[in-house]
Design a protein around this ligand. Structure first.
Ligand code: XMP
Length: 319
């Protein structure tokens, strides 16, 4: 029978056979799939694995530090963290069109990753967190978001330019199997069951121009929302939940008068396949707690709204 232990043992043997004593490069994103590949390859080939983690400054609250803590400190994986926040913010300056933002983030991501990769000696393989549903999606629809998503995080074009061979140890696995082996390999439950996060990160959750101030405000509000979802047991009952930042001027009244500030929107959805989704009917008390905490704790926010639209017609993300 296929158990997580079996799958791991089998994958390790195959990786060792394919790689021998050569070196492998992996892009770590903070997501589940690349995390499981990192843990698996580390177990199979140890020091022959080097991970590059591009921090584009549009990650969730303390996400970059968490990734480093788990992989570099806890598991002892060799991880190079590239702090590219300033470069991404500079490239996004003045850009408001959602697709233009996506393209800029995706292209710069590949550029930064490739620069790092070029500095490493003797790499012959590029590992990727492709899982079985990705294989099916790419075989079917040749256009659309699935394709875009994978080309982003899987640094398309790079293997050929750098003459790297691909290694995809999760290619035959479904998401639940990937999670099970992740747990077995010692990854924290919180990371293995984390909600998916888009490659462009907060870049598509800050409507309009992406600024450092907006990203910091959004990260803070999002963290409060997620913390309350976890506390109340709703995190695992939703497929994805997050805050968005609307750069409009909405009036708020405080002790010393009226102020005009951006709005924070909260979105939580339930879905199996992310193709259609229902908005999560979170308890009013929970929403109330989130709203009060956000306006009290996040400077510059005095209005919070909850998104009650399903997909379709609305998408899960706001951009
Ligand atoms: P939508 O907004 O299209 O999202 O309903 C469906 C799922 O895809 C994720 N998503 C993205 N993931 N790059 C990604 O890597 C993107 O540009 C992107 N846009 C949406 C979204 O978070 C949801 O899980």
């Amino acid at each position: 029978a296929w158990t997580p232990v079996n799958i791991i043992e089998d994958a390790i043997l195959r990786v060792r056979e394919q790689v021998g004593s050569r070196k492998v490069l992996l892009g770590l994103s903070g997501g589940v799939d690349s995390a499981v590949v990192a843990a698996l390859l580390h177990k199979a080939i140890g020091e022959q694995l080097t991970c590059v983690f591009v921090d584009h400054g549009l990650l969730r609250y303390r996400e970059g530090d968490q990734v480093m803590k788990i992989f570099a400190d806890h598991l002892g994986v060799r991880v190079i963290r590239v702090d590219a926040e300033a470069r991404f913010l500079h490239a996004l300056k003045g850009v408001t069109d959602p697709e233009a933002k996506r393209k800029i983030i995706g292209a710069l991501f590949v550029e930064v990753f490739e620069e790092q990769a070029q500095t490493l000696e003797g790499i012959e393989f590029l590992a990727q967190g492709t899982i079985y549903p990705d294989v099916i999606e790419s075989a079917g629809a040749k256009t659309g978001k699935a394709q875009v998503i994978k080309s982003h995080h899987n640094v398309g074009g790079l293997p050929e330019r750098m003459k790297l061979k691909l290694i995809e140890p999760l290619r035959e696995l479904f998401k639940d199997e990937v999670r099970a082996i992740g747990l077995e390999l010692g990854l924290p439950r919180e990371m293995v069951y984390r909600h998916p996060f888009p490659g462009p990160g907060l870049g598509v959750r800050i409507l309009g121009e992406v600024t450092k101030a907006a990203a910091d405000t959004l990260r803070h509000a999002d963290h409060i929302f997620i913390e309350e979802l976890r506390k109340s047991g709703w995190y695992d009952k939703t497929a994805q939940a997050f805050a968005v930042y609307m750069p409009v001027k909405s009036v708020g009244v405080t002790g010393d008068g009226r102020r005009y500030e951006p709005i924070i929107g909260l979105r939580a959805v339930q879905t199996i396949d992310f193709m259609t989704a229902q908005w999560a009917q979170l308890p009013y008390e929970l929403l109330d707690t989130c709203s009060r905490r956000i306006v009290n704790e996040v400077p510059g926010v005095s209005r919070v709204v909850y998104d009650i639209t399903g997909k379709p017609p609305a998408t899960i993300e706001w951009e």
